[in-house]
Design a protein around this ligand. Structure first.
Ligand code: E4P
Length: 218
C-alpha cells in the first residue's frame, strides 16, 4: 500500500517527502483554502515540483461540462495531476469523458461500494472511500474499503482504491490489511504513526551507553 499525504501545505509536503515514504498528494477545497494569497495553480505546480507522483486537484462544478472544463485546465498544469470529481451521476459522466481524453480522475466523497463500482465502470483511475466520515455517523467506514477491494478484484476492475478520511494511525494499518492500494493521511496522523516512545527511549539509552564506552577507551 502506498502512502499519500492529505494536505495542501507545502511545509508538510516537504517534510514527509524527506522521509522517503511519500508517493502522492490529495487536496480538496477545504485543504486548499489554508493557502491564502496563492492560486490553485500555484499550489498544485509547487507540489508537483516536490513530489513525483499523482497529485489530486478537486473540481468545484456541480455539472458535468463544468467538471470536464476544470479537469482539462488542471491536467494542463502538470502530467501528474489527477482530477477529483464527486461521487454523483454528473461526476461519473465527467470521469468517462475525461478518461476518453486520457485524463486521470479520482472519484471522491465515496460512501458506498455501489458508488465505488459505478466510478470504476466509468473509468476512474482512483476511488476514494471516506472512512472517518462514515465512522463519525456510527458506520464502519473501513467496510466500504474492504467491499470495494473485493468487488474490484473479483471483476478485474483496474481502479485504485484509496482509503481517505483517515483519522488515526490504526486506520492506516486497517487500510493496508483491507488491501487498499493507497491511504491518504493527514500530516498529524502520519506524525503520530511515525513516533514510538520505545524508539526514542532506545536511542537515548544507546547514546548514553556509547558515551560511557567511548569515555572508558580514552
Ligand atoms: C481525500 O481525498 C480527502 O481530502 C480527505 O481524506 C477528507 O478527509 P476528512 O474527512 O478528514 O476531511
Amino acid at each position: 500500500m502506498r502512502i499519500f499525504l492529505d494536505t495542501a501545505m507545502i511545509d508538510e509536503i516537504r517534510e514527509v517527502a524527506r522521509w522517503g515514504i511519500l508517493s502522492g498528494i490529495t487536496t480538496n477545497p477545504t485543504l486548499m483554502s489554508k493557502n491564502a494569497g496563492k492560486t490553485h495553480e500555484d499550489v498544485i505546480r509547487e507540489i508537483a515540483s516536490i513530489v513525483d507522483g499523482p497529485i489530486s486537484a478537486e473540481t468545484i462544478s456541480l455539472d458535468t461540462d463544468g467538471m470536464v472544463t476544470e479537469g482539462r485546465r488542471f491536467a494542463a498544469w502538470h502530467p501528474n495531476v489527477v482530477v477529483k470529481v464527486p461521487s454523483t451521476p454528473n461526476g461519473w459522466a465527467a470521469v468517462k469523458r475525461l478518461a476518453d481524453e486520457g485524463i486521470r480522475t479520482n472519484v471522491t466523497l465515496c460512501f458506498s461500494a455501489n458508488q465505488a463500482l459505478f466510478a470504476a465502470l466509468a473509468g476512474a483511475y482512483i476511488i476514494s472511500p471516506f472512512v472517518g466520515r462514515l465512522d463519525d455517523i456510527s458506520e464502519d467506514g473501513m467496510q466500504v474499503v474492504r467491499d470495494t477491494v473485493e468487488i474490484y478484484r473479483q471483476h478485474h476492475l483496474p481502479t485504485l482504491v484509496l482509503a481517505a478520511s483517515i483519522r488515526h494511525p490504526l486506520h492506516i494499518i486497517a487500510a493496508a490489511q483491507a488491501g487498499a492500494d493507497i491511504a491518504t493521511v493527514p500530516f498529524k496522523v502520519l506524525e503520530q504513526a511515525a513516533k514510538h516512545p520505545l524508539t526514542d527511549k532506545g536511542i537515548e539509552t544507546f547514546l548514553k551507553d556509547w558515551e560511557k564506552f567511548s569515555h572508558e577507551q580514552r
